[in-house]
Design a protein around this ligand. Sequence first.
Ligand code: LLP
Length: 429
Amino acid sequence: SDCYNVNEKGHLTISGCDTVELAEKYGTALYVMSEDEIRSVCRRYKSSFERHYNGNGTALYASKAFCCKEICRIVTEEGLDLDVVSGGELYTALAAGVDAKHIHFHGNNKTMQELCYALESGVGDIVVDNLNELHRIEKLSAEKGVVTSISMRIKPGIDAHTHEFIRTGQIDSKFGFALENGEAFEAVKEAVACENVELIGLHCHIGSQIFDKAPFVLAAQVMLKFYNKIHTELGKTLTHLNLGGGFGVKYKEADAAVPYEDYMSDVSEAVHAACKEYGIQVPYIYIEPGRSIVCEAGLTLYTVGDIKTIPNVRTYVAIDGGMYENPRYALYQSDYTCLIANKVNEPADFTATIAGKCCESGDLIQENTLIQKPEVGDILAVLSTGAYNYSMASNYNRNTRPPVVMVRGGESRVIIKGETYEDLVRNDV
Ligand code: LLP
């Protein structure tokens, strides 16, 4: 990503800030995010919607990727809507001052409390996952004397997570209504018959970290076919279609670039062609990327505390962080690019296993990865940690979550304070 560079001291910089100086100023472990990069991705999405849909659609930022008040302000200032999946994410967005109309509430088992909260806040729509939820929303809306806008989560039967993506009849997923057996159509009929909900659209999401654009195109075609079936067979014309998120990002140099520009043009072609064929108006299109907006904009800085070589096996480089602030390697064996931030110009020819400080052997950030020759006291940087790191962090071993610093044009500021020991016992009785 464009926000990274190397300065005259051979230090890694992000948005014009020297990462070694950031580590000194704020301490480690430290999450750093580039506001310039985040805004530039938002603008690219925005201009894609201008180009391909005449502005008749928008991206929602899937806040699960990284949620705090400041990111909600930044992405909505750039004109994106927000996807929230819990009362907590909704609360954060509202606390940031986001207009509820621009918030879309997802999730496969929203609690009664969350549904009440969403209704009272007046969110743009609730994406309904199942019939029990539909009935709860209908009942709550009737009690409150309101009509609630909903969309329905559909399983389009596309498994994009296989090597070659596949079209499956019945996809094994806990999310949404199946198309194949008529479940989705019956559910739509019920929703249309409800007096206190207004079905405005359909939603699907086929997976995450996907580089292939074909499954996205197929999903758009499948969804529009169903959208049209509702129009022709039930005489109900919907207005919105949400095609989900999931665009891949670069974790390693070898990864392809974010494919969303291709994705946007191919999908819009498919959308326009289908609508022409069916003779219907092009719906208002939503997509909901999370990872591709924040992932490459973020990195994490650590101090190397120990280097332990197990002869003929491997070398552990121990850092002052770990699975409590980045659980993704422990969970998914995910790739990361690691480097010594104060020695970027030196050759990366040292094979290291980056180990955290949690009391378990699986607490690794990356295994057998090439970095510059490390010494105790060096600053280790892990790149592309802007998505699903802070948001998936925990207090395991009663470690405190690190602060998040936002950088922009050479300036830095804390957007989430680091936790203190008092924070850890705040709710202990
Ligand atoms: N919309 C829905 C309904 C989703 O379930 C997700 C992600 C997104 C949008 C955003 O997808 P993205 O553009 O960020 O790929 N914790 C995992 C990722 C889980 C993604 C879950 N849903 C990880 O760390 O890789």
